[in-house]
Write a protein that binds this ligand. Sequence first.
Ligand code: CO8
Length: 373
Amino acid sequence: MKTAVISATGLWTPPHSISNEELVKSYNAWADSWNVAYAAEIGAGTVDPKTHSSVEFIEKASGIKSRFVIDKEGIIDPETMAPRIDERPNDQISVMAEMAVLAARDALERAGRKPEDIDAVICAASNMQRAYPAMAVEIQNALGCGGFAFDMNVACSSATFGIQTAADFIRSGSARSVLMVNPEICSGHLNFTDRDSHFIFGDVATAVLVEEESIAPAGHWKILGTKLKTEFSNNIRNNFGFLNRAAPEGIGAPDKLFMQEGRKVFREVVPMVANMIAEHLGELGLQGSDLRRMWLHQANANMNRLIASKVLGHEATEDESPTVLDTYANTSSAGSIIAFHKHSGDLKPGEKGLICSFGAGYSAGSVFVEKTA
Ligand code: CO8
């Protein structure tokens, strides 16, 4: 069986950032107008007034201080409370493909690869811009890659599921060089009028080049093992889809946007992920102390602290479990890849680490890697 490695990663960060202060100001302005509009119902006790969001709560509960987004103006406009992303004509590259291409080019450049060296493109993300043609095929075409391309969606775990899929192609010999991209426009499906979750997500694109070891550039990351797990849960759900486009409570209804029982997710996902990592470590003959660093999914700083301490046996330092949540917020599948991309350059040959994601499904994926010379 061939050995799969990570040759390089790439990142594209949107140009606009929204601070908690800016986001809370627009939410509170929207809530005040809503309370005025529903003053009679609130007075009659038939609806509850909207209470203000708070910067302090957001930072304490999640670790998020700001987020990057494709469109800032629409999100912080209390009259709109959503990104304004214009539809493009079919003869122009679509937004998701465009950002994926930028992250992909970054990864290709770092690996010294040309698009024609790529055998397969996987677009793995929480939301696809359309049903078909697959985003990955448009990305493949825009880059000028050969081979084949397809989309996959496992919510926040899409990237680790994508890495295992790519690694399996390499292991089986059906491809030698696989580009896996994660364009995440989380702001497009976030309910900015929901106080409990309006602060959670940001937009970004990442790319991972998974290749056969014999053709990989020096300094690559050997994939020691990959493991995936899913367990059905309604606690993170979005009912938007092609079957409800014409329903009276269709697009824009709260259940057609991101919804979650955040507390339950926190409680249930932490042990699921910690157990999965422990099991996977055992299967690979490793221990938590063998890990130089963990690049965990970036959903919540407290969640990561708990998972990391269960795996390492002590409170993880920022060096052992770096966070990008403060500036990027939750970018769904891209989070652990941003952390890896930004905080892996200092690892020495032989040092090992873990890329791990978790989220809706529930789903979780672990990818153990070792830096090579
Ligand atoms: N400002 C002030 N107070 C607030 C706010 C706010 N914005 N929001 C809630 N509160 C209040 C609540 O009303 C509550 O008050 P009370 O105690 O009086 O009822 C109090 O603060 C505590 O509220 P919570 O219990 O909700 O707060 P938590 O401490 O649980 O923190 C979190 C909330 C941050 C959401 C936390 O539960 C969490 O991070 N959970 C895990 C989330 C997670 O990992 N989710 C995974 C989602 S990712 C995924 O897979 C989806 C992919 C799809 C991506 C597409 C995106 C659009």
